[in-house]
Design a protein around this ligand. Structure first.
Ligand code: NPQ
Ligand code: MG
Length: 356
């Protein structure tokens, strides 16, 4: 499999509803897409980097730079037998997992297509539908398996208490996106009474030791998101007792291969994982859905339907919410959805072809 050239492009897409996190409010998403030209065929991928360096140090701008300057020159024109070969060529670049992941995932989808298998089956998936949750600021969403409320200091105990009172039975969790410190342990312990499925990333990404300390002071299971950038992070977090659940986003950890390593480490420790979301278009969503078919993805993911975010998704068919709060896993070979190239063209605000 030879990557002959790669086209980078940034789209501008209006979110149906502004998305609020502890970082701020976001109205537009600028997805960075890649199109790999492999053995005469096109393979699309999506980089999940954000517009600013808040969730991660990576941004659309840094990912473009690192792809163009370092990652693509290392792989374009080379015959790559498998993902191991790709990972070896990317290894000298430190970090920048989101930039690496979009190429790794597109390459893996191309391998799946070449093997005449749907991506989910190629990855070893065991499900034909995946359970979906939704991540919200304040308004409730019907039909999903669980609801995740974004919290921050000043919007936590009261907000979750109000949701819990109105919906006593709903599967509820909270995501703090690193907005607290270990000093807040007693305050966060007040969340224990709401029977939360988990509390996601209460402390800063680098604070594994403090997460372990916090977990000893609260009953709610801690889930780590931003803290887990690799299989090594996952192993160390579990050794320390820093979490009881792991959110895997393939973009954050560098792709499918590293996601699977984290999946396996957690499975061996008896720790469930679930698939996070980064307000992806249908391309990134298809990757998340395929990954979430692996056996230890035992909790609903942030794999909402396309129409939760977009008036019109850039793939066909779009992902729809189905009975029981699930999304069907595509059965066609490779990525499993068709990219609407005309729509992508209309939404493009920046493009460049990187050749050999
Ligand atoms: C999370 N996702 O689990 C992330 C946060 C997030 C669905 O809650 C651009 C860049 C948009 C980074 C949207 C959800 C983003 C982003 C959400 C991160 O923490
Ligand atoms: Mg999160």
């Amino acid at each position: 499999m030879k990557i002959e050239a790669v086209e980078l492009r940034v789209l501008k897409m209006r979110l149906l509803k502004p998305f609020r996190t502890s970082f701020g409010v976001q109205q537009d998403r600028y997805p960075l897409l890649v199109r790999l030209d492999i053995d005469g065929r096109s393979q699309w991928g999506e980089c999940v980097a954000g517009e600013g360096p808040w969730y991660s140090y990576e941004t659309v701008e840094t990912a473009w730079q690192v792809l163009k300057g370092y990652l693509l020159p290392a792989v374009i024109g080379r015959d790559l037998a498998n993902v191991d070969a790709l990972e070896t060529l990317f290894a000298p670049v430190r970090g920048h997992h989101m930039a690496k992941a979009c190429i790794e995932m597109a390459f893996t989808a191309a391998l799946a297509e070449h093997a005449r298998k749907p991506l989910a089956k190629f990855l070893g998936g065991v499900r034909d539908r995946v359970e979906t949750g939704v991540s919200i600021g304040a308004s409730l969403a019907q039909g999903y398996r669980r609801i995740k409320v974004k919290i921050e200091p000043g919007w936590d105990v009261m907000a979750l208490g109000a949701v819990r009172e109105r919906y006593p039975e709903i599967t509820l969790m909270a995501d703090a996106n690193a907005a607290y410190g270990l000093d807040d342990a007693a305050h966060l312990a007040q969340l224990d009474r709401f029977g939360l499925l988990m509390l996601e990333q209460p402390l800063a990404a680098g604070d594994l030791v403090d997460h372990a300390s916090l977990q000893r002071q609260i009953r709610t299971p801690i889930c780590l998101d931003e803290s887990i950038e690799s299989a090594r992070d996952a192993r160390q977090a579990l050794q320390l007792g820093a979490c009881q659940v792991i959110n895997i986003k393939p973009g954050r950890v560098g792709g499918f291969a590293e996601s699977r390593r984290i999946h396996d480490i957690a499975a061996n420790a008896g720790v469930p994982v679930w698939c996070g979301g980064m307000l992806e278009t249908g391309i990134g969503r298809a990757c998340n859905v395929a990954l979430a078919t692996l056996p230890n993805f035992r909790l609903p993911g942030d794999i909402s339907a396309s129409d939760r975010y977009w008036a019109e998704d850039i793939v066909e068919p779009p992902f729809t919410l189905q009975r029981g709060g699930t999304v069907a896993v595509p059965t066609r070979w490779g990525l499993g959805v068709r990219v609407k190239v005309d729509l992508v063209e209309r939404l493009t605000v920046r493009r460049e072809l990187i050749g050999s």
